[in-house]
Design a protein around this ligand. Sequence first.
Ligand code: ATP
Ligand code: MG
Length: 433
Amino acid sequence: MSNMIKKVNGVKDVLPSEVYKWHTVERVAARTAEVYGFGELRIPTFENTQLFVRSVGETTDVVQKEMFTVTGRNSSYTLRPEGTAGAMRAVLENGMLQSDPLPLKLFYTISCFRNERVQAGRLKEFHQFGAEMVGSASPAADAQMISLADNIIRRLGLKDIELHINSIGCPKCRSEYYKGLRTFFEPHKDELCDTCRERLEKNPMRLLDCKSEICREIGKDAPLAIDHLCSECAEHFEKLKGYLDKMGIKYMIDPKIVRGLDYYTRTVFEFITTSIGAQGTVCGGGRYDGLLEEMGGAPTPALGFAMGLERIIMTMENQGCEFMHTPSCDIYIGTMGDAAKERALILTESLRSEGYHAECDLMDRGVRAQMKYADKLGAAFSVIIGDNEINTGKAVLKNMMSGEQTELLIDDTFSEKFGDIHTAHMFELESLG
Ligand code: ATP
Ligand code: MG
């Protein structure tokens, strides 16, 4: 294996034996979003680089350090580092604000690409479940988005997840706040990391989101956005808190959350767990009232969130949450001889078209080896067909758990008869709990 080409550090294979975990999370998330009136949106894997530069923001880590970009003579494409930019481009480009009733409610399940330093819970290719709501400025919309994320998390059985919320205000209240931030950081300018020194001019709030220890230490006592809200932003935040209280959603105010992306205004939130170590933010979101206008659309309030699916699955594993299992094999048809093989092929076909997971031998194994294989598949029933069964037209169906045996015709009545026995078996399993 030494000369074999290995996968890149920071990407993952999901094998069939693990994929049920992904199905669980994807299905629960999608189903919950549908109950909240969200429709699925599918967006391209890559976009024009400029889309992300403009919407994610020039001063963010994502744009400055993490994008996978391919440049040609007259083009520059970037693999999506997140979903909001592409989703809002699709909303504008397809005229959805005109054609669809507002608010638009969209969700997506996507892979994302960021050239990051790889750690537990931090990959170069990862997956997000995202939801976006476009057109509502009401704090009730914020409350419903948070409720959707909260509901998904609860339905997955996750425990001890803290909801942190904050308000980072709007451009109006921010202009004063930025002055205060600059005054605070100016004396430490030379100690800041290179990126932050640059950010000080363009977007000083970004300094509070820096991962460098030194910048974090300096920023410890920096002024907080939440202490500088204009009256409209303060009122929006008060209403949101009131709604969350009434909805019974527990939260804590965390004035330190600013979120990594430039387009956020007012409400920002994170769902955080301590079960998976340092990268404990399983979901991040907030309002981005400035984005659609920035992207060339009419001024339109909007908000959303994204869940990191790897982190959600890791947390579920660590907390021993239950996953939905992919149904295993219903029936294995063992064979001896060519005539039996042919019959097994036909029976397998008809069983499968009735929706049963049926298997027969494709490896030219002996009967004993075939039965071992049936065991490995976890087959609920088995039947063995040899010359004798072909001649009499009958075979014995065996319940692999109870050992119970039933003689069945191996003609075109087989799958229907099997269906009855299988249904009875499922009832029995259920009553056993
Ligand atoms: P962080 O501060 O951890 O870098 P972020 O602000 O860059 O997070 P977002 O852009 O808000 O993250 O992405 C939303 C969610 O996607 C995160 O809360 C996290 O669960 C997940 N996520 C982000 N980056 C990665 C990554 N490199 N690997 C795995 N999951 C990630
Ligand atoms: Mg990041």
